[in-house]
Design a binder for this molecule. Structure first.
Ligand SMILES: [Fe+2]
Ligand SMILES: [Fe+2]
Length: 154
């Protein structure tokens, strides 16, 4: 089973949270590509590759929700609203993942088009808007804490 290093080549102390998250998003995108490339493979292969992806999406969302979003002040209107949109999208993506799992469990052919599109949209919004804005709001202590969570979580 393939795995992709996350922060191996990066100097964590000098890296913005946005840059770190772009890296983690790229890793998930690669796992998603592995899945779309193996859809005609054996059920065992599809199951394995999907499990890999599902686990990484779950970890990524936990990292965002429990270690990053907690730093957003409800008084920061713009960022708080963006976070609420992102949380809704997480729920929607988790539903899509569950639906694929149900199809796999019932030996049905899976369709991941909606999951691919939703993850791509979600990632683009986080990379281009949410994380660059968040980096401007966080202090050094908060950034250090987030970096620490990322290293132990991924
Ligand atoms: Fe997210
Ligand atoms: Fe993300």
């Amino acid at each position: 089973m393939k795995s992709y290093p996350v922060f191996g080549d990066m100097d964590m102390a000098d890296t913005t949270i946005a840059e770190l998250m772009v890296k983690d998003h790229e890793r998930i995108a690669k796992l998603l590509k592995d899945l779309t490339c193996c859809l005609d493979g054996t059920p065992e292969t599809v199951n394995k590759v999907f499990n890999n992806l599902r686990w990484d999406i779950e970890k990524h969302f936990v990292l965002e929700e429990k270690s990053i979003f907690i730093h957003i002040d409800s008084g920061d209107d713009d960022l708080f609203k963006k976070m609420q949109v992102l949380l809704k999208e997480h729920e929607r993506i988790k539903d899509l993942v569950r639906n694929v799992q149900v199809d796999l469990d019932n030996d049905r052919k899976i369709d991941v088009d909606e999951l691919v599109k939703s993850l791509e949209r979600h990632k683009n919004f986080e990379d281009s808007s949410f994380y660059p804005e968040l980096d401007k709001q966080l202090n050094d202590d908060q950034k250090r804490g987030i970096r620490g969570s990322m290293v132990s979580c991924v």
